[in-house]
Write a protein that binds this ligand. Sequence first.
Ligand code: ADP
Ligand code: MG
Ligand code: MG
Length: 882
Amino acid sequence: KHWVYAFKAGKADGNASMKALLGGKGANLAEMSSLNLPVPAGFTITTEACVHYFRNEQALPDGLVDEVEKALADLEATTGKGFGKVENPLLVSVRSGARASMPGMMDTVLNLGLNDETVEGLASLTGDRRFALDCYRRFITMYSNVVLNVSHHSFEDILDDHKDRLGVTVDTDITDKDWAKIIADYKAMVKSELGEDFPQDPKAQLWGAVRAVFSSWMNDRAKFYRKMHDIPEDWGTAVNIQSMVFGNMGQTSATGVAFTRNPSTGDSDLYGEFLLNAQGEDVVAGIRTPQALTKKAREEMGERSLSMEESLPEVFSQFKSTVDTLENHYRDVQDVEFTVEQGKLYMLQTRNAKRTSKAALKIAVDMAKEGLITPEEALMRIDASALDQLLHPMLDPKAEKVVIARGLPASPGAASGKIVFTADDAVRFAAAGEDVILVRDETSPEDIHGMHAAKAIVTARGGMTSHAAVVARGMGRPCVSGAGEMNIYAERGEFVSRGQTFRHGEIITLDGSSGEIMKGAIRMIEPEFSEDFHQIMKWADEYKTLAIRTNAETPADARTAIGFGAEGIGLCRTEHMFFDDERISAVREMILADDEAGRRKALEKIQPMQKADFAELFQIMDGLPVTIRLLDPPLHEFLPHTAEDMKAVAEASGVGEEKLYKRTKELSETNPMLGWRGCRLGVTFPEIYESQLRAIFEAAVEVAAAGGNPKPEIMHPLVATREEMAYLTTMTHKIAKEVFAAKGKDIAYMVGTMIELPRAALLADKLAETAEFFSFGTNDLTQTTFGISRDDSGRFLNPYIEKGIFEKDPFVSLDQDGVGALIKIAAEKGRKQRPDIKMGICGEHGGDPASIAFCHGAGLAYVSCSPYRVPVARLAAAQAAI
Ligand code: ADP
Ligand code: MG
Ligand code: MG
């Protein structure tokens, strides 16, 4: 077993398939080296070494030190430099790199190997003392911060004092003599903080950095990131040790980041930013405003400073062909980091680029059309859950707006919320249910929890590839970066822009697609869908076998769902049709009536309203199935809660308030979830279900008579026994017959049940004697299988998830082992009894890709989900089928 894998141009021990062992960065450095691309030589310490380190009280594994010594000697031979040698010193970077990319979450140290002597060697070798000192001061800052835990601010304070003294604003204006003074102050400060000198021995520096990179796997922000992205804790990080190349050697040197296509829009032009005479993190950290890579991009941005294409044309064309090679090789958009040292290009990193949903769609469709990937691959490339981002409202272009600042359109989507200036405030306000916009000069990995809690992010500094922009795109948060007109005074809790002051807690709106920031809350509208979206949906429909229906009660929801491609209604919850004031009081009257006559009187008011509602749904869903669930009222939700409610019911029903009050008490339940609900209501008060059935059949017959094609499916909720089902089916057929006879017209319909109780699942064959379809009501089935009330689970589910007892919230993602087992039993028994039985699921899980894949596997015919999730479900169903 090896702990170390080396790479140099033309030759590497590893390759791109070894991400688990070498981390993404290390595996791709090896792959690029094998492709003979210009990669500075180096070696990778495996993730297994890191795992060993954490399992053994931070001890290095046996053999690691020897292997590193050997690899270092080889690296000296390859580069012709000496580690710790004064003449021609070898400097290295020590870079973290886990299996999954965790941008900026863990630590990297550059220019390692410098000390008071080698820095002089570097100065005389290059003849550029200023450069050598620039590297040294960067190294002291980074190493002290990452390895010795000395705060960044201590260094910034010293640097700022010197800049004030010298009257300069940018680092590049500081001379070698002044850097020497700054470095002396840095070292003195480190010594006074730590009680010992800044480490001078390069080997000690190296092991200090390796251990720090290992340890950074367990820092808070890395832990948070892993939790958010479902990355296992026990993967560990690899460590890449790589010979340094220098982008800070003058005006023919540079450093930059690029995407082979635009990660925000998906546009196929090369996209990125670079800085002349700069090193490493300067671009990402937003220290200076970076320049465009291409002439076209510079012109579009209306910028003056030259693009890389113009200022370094030869390297640029080499760079362009290198990234084209990479994109073709990996068959996906690449996100690369590069450095130019005195006109010579070096590639430092490549990975598949993170992208917005909008870009993901466009890129997948474009690449399939270019023939780089197949349509199946295009479908598999899109994260179904992330499609959601595209389906949500955006700013109404007609709404009046007062623009208060403009920045870069860093991550699309619009959002309104209250201004907060710190990540902690964002978390606090969001926890109290407020929508907040996090406003910062720039963000850093320490802000990640606040960015997550915020609806959107605004920064005054930094480019399209700044930390804020990259993280916001990854999280699907709208973001405007580099809004330079905003002067942010976080400590005073305000920002000033275009002469106006905005305080903490005031509402602003931002549009991450245009880069505009506006005063107040702006009206939003439904999004429009791109050609790419339609193309992907078309391909999805070719591959999927599940039908996608929607849960809808209102005409508006039903229309939205049809627009998204719903193939019918899988769940129409009739109690949801009563939520307006006039109706709810009629329903209360019905529930509170103390005899059948009283109930019938109330039902007479309700029936015509229901009939009209059903007729409209049948018209909208013409020719498509509409599954109507008969009343399943959680009684307590419908009981009057206030004296006013009570009064309204009393007036409408003509029953005295006192009597109503008594009845309310009688009806209140200890455990409503397991109480008088579902078909238990229809069995005890058949006139309620009969009235609903009449409304459904009359509506259907009338719509059919007018030339429509209604397809009602009558669904009885919460059935547990064969006899219940038989009773309800008989009732349904009886009413249908009566209505059809009275109207002189028959229509086809189905009768079925929801499977929401374990007993129903276990004895599904008995239900299927009369039920023609099953719809798995997985919300209740999850409640009743676990014995956990969904409404109360919030208090204890999180600790369960944190302790790893539950992997996921079973109400969000179907418990395939337990609830899934019941579904499989029910499906099998149902089919045995009635081979053509139709089965689907409704409930939250119908829009969850993992649950959809399960339903596909269980051979169900359809899933039903909320209207906005329909496209997500279509894509997930196709992915399950591929
Ligand atoms: P992250 O994972 O945070 O991106 P990296 O390990 O990629 O951290 O390092 C950040 C930056 O440091 C790189 O983009 C590159 O600009 C610079 N860098 C890393 N290694 C070298 C090197 N060997 N020579 C020059 N610059 C380097
Ligand atoms: Mg990097
Ligand atoms: Mg599959």
